[in-house]
Design a protein around this ligand. Structure first.
Ligand SMILES: Cc1cc2nc3c(=O)[nH]c(=O)nc-3n(C[C@H](O)[C@H](O)[C@H](O)COP(=O)(O)OP(=O)(O)OC[C@H]3O[C@@H](n4cnc5c(N)ncnc54)[C@H](O)[C@@H]3O)c2cc1C
Length: 398
């Protein structure tokens, strides 16, 4: 197999996969529709297994130099002021990185993008949008649009890591079942120092409140607040200064206006594609699974796909392994897990946060306080939430 593998999308999944292949001397063409690496307010938490995987490529060290180490996180009840704190040092015997690294995902793709420049057998083509694909006997024809017009590339294997609206997935005719929540999530960032007004505030906090729950987390740059909105509310209103200031004042009334650096309103989905591959076309990341951001499992799951798939591709290209068997193993190891673990946990996380029933809120906080106070239970909780269990379990699938 001498022709380059085509990878579509330079998000976290496509970038990590390309770097892995690059370091294994496998030629790749990475197609990205944007003119440069997208900079947007999305994932900002890297869990321990993702840091371990990226460490094998020499990326984690560079990320640590930029990011914020969050070695504890909290579930806060604003009504009672109770705080359940989970100390990630409890999993120090399980991972080299017993913390969440708070770093904007675009910082990771920038680091990887810079590293890719060292590999002459990798070509990154910005401004190249994949508009279709079709399988032929010995490979896949990829239809690409750029400023110069339309062209086609023949590749032995096409990887679609082109995000939730994946044209590769659509081109392969793979369904993307699941549902979209009625309400949208609003994310805003501010330079206000929340740690100066909340006692002992961790860098990551899930805050329950009878009127409105939220997530407050610190990235390496700013504080970020995630707020649910009401189904059917007008988008312009939700993004207005008035609305955002009122929600932040509800969180903490500091007497004057907050400086808002970013605001994004986005739809929240729970979907998994019906298969992760068809013939020589294979998917990774948001192209094959999306979920709500509570727990930070979307991008991390996509990175775990990327590393699993990269190993399969090395077996195929360098070990002469059978494409169908390798992709079937990838699908077994990663797809079922997306359904059983990621979808389950993220749907549960949202239900747990949003219930305004005082009884449920009380029980939830009591359960979290009890778990956090018991080192055995707290460790089990962290092993699950830090995605260590799910990665181990997926690798055990034959
Ligand atoms: C507000 C918010 C907060 C989040 N927080 C977290 C978190 O804390 N932790 C977490 O794990 N996840 C989080 N997520 C989810 C996370 O951002 C995504 O799961 C992650 O970006 C998926 O990575 P990806 O590489 O699969 O796809 P993407 O990041 O979507 O990258 C896809 C790339 O493909 C390119 N592309 C798309 N179509 C084409 C085409 N036709 N041709 C060529 N290129 C194309 C795009 O330009 C893009 O660069 C969050 C998401 C949101 C919206």
């Amino acid at each position: 197999m001498n022709q380059p593998i085509v990878v579509v999308g330079a998000g976290p999944a496509g970038s990590a996969l390309t770097l892995y292949l690059a370091q294994h001397d496998i030629p790749v063409i990475l197609l990205e529709q944007a003119a440069q690496l997208p900079v947007d307010l999305r994932a900002s938490t890297f869990h321990p297994p993702s840091l371990e995987m990226l460490d094998r490529l020499g990326v984690t060290e560079k990320m640590l130099a930029k990011g914020l180490v969050a070695d504890k996180y909290q579930y806060r009840d604003r009504k009672t002021n109770e705080v359940a704190e989970f100390n990630m040092q409890l999993i120090a015997d399980e991972t080299k990185f017993p913390f969440r690294l708070q770093l904007e995902q675009y910082e990771m793709t920038r680091i990887v993008g810079d590293m890719l420049k060292d590999y002459p057998h990798v070509e990154v083509r910005f401004g190249h949008k994949v508009v279709g694909c079709r399988e032929v006997d010995d490979g896949v024809i990829v239809e690409v649009e750029n400023a110069g017009g339309r062209s086609e590339i023949h590749t032995p294997i096409l990887v679609g890591s082109d995000g939730a609206s994946s044209n590769v997935r659509k081109g392969a005719g793979i369904g993307f079942g699941g549902f979209t929540y009625d309400e949208k999530f609003l994310v805003v960032s501010t330079d206000f120092a929340f740690e100066s007004v909340f006692d002992n505030l961790a860098w990551v906090n899930y805050v329950s409140d009878p009127d409105e729950w939220c997530v407050i987390l610190r990235t390496e740059k700013l504080w970020r607040v995630l707020i649910p909105t009401e189904p059917g509310d007008d988008e312009a209103t939700l993004l207005s200064d008035d609305f955002i200031q009122s929600r932040l004042r509800h969180l903490h009334d500091k007497g004057d206006s907050y400086a808002i650096h970013h605001r994004t309103l986005y739809n929240v989905h729970q979907r998994v594609s019906e298969t992760y591959y068809k013939g020589r076309i294979v998917l990774a990341g948001d192209a094959c699974h999306i979920n709500n951001p509570l727990g930070g499992m979307g991008m991390n799951g996509g990175l775990h796909d990327a590393f699993n798939l990269a190993e399969r591709l090395v077996n195929i290209v360098q070990g002469g392994a059978d494409i169908a068997s390798e992709f079937a193993l990838y699908d077994r190891q990663r797809r079922q897990l997306a359904v059983d673990f990621v979808q389950k946990h993220t749907i549960e996380n949202k239900k747990l946060m949003e219930s305004s029933d005082p009884d449920i809120q009380k029980k939830r906080q009591a359960m979290l306080m009890e778990t956090a106070a018991d080192p055995v239970k707290a460790k089990a909780f962290l092993m699950e939430r830090a995605m260590i269990n799910c990665v181990r379990e997926s690798l055990a699938v034959a």
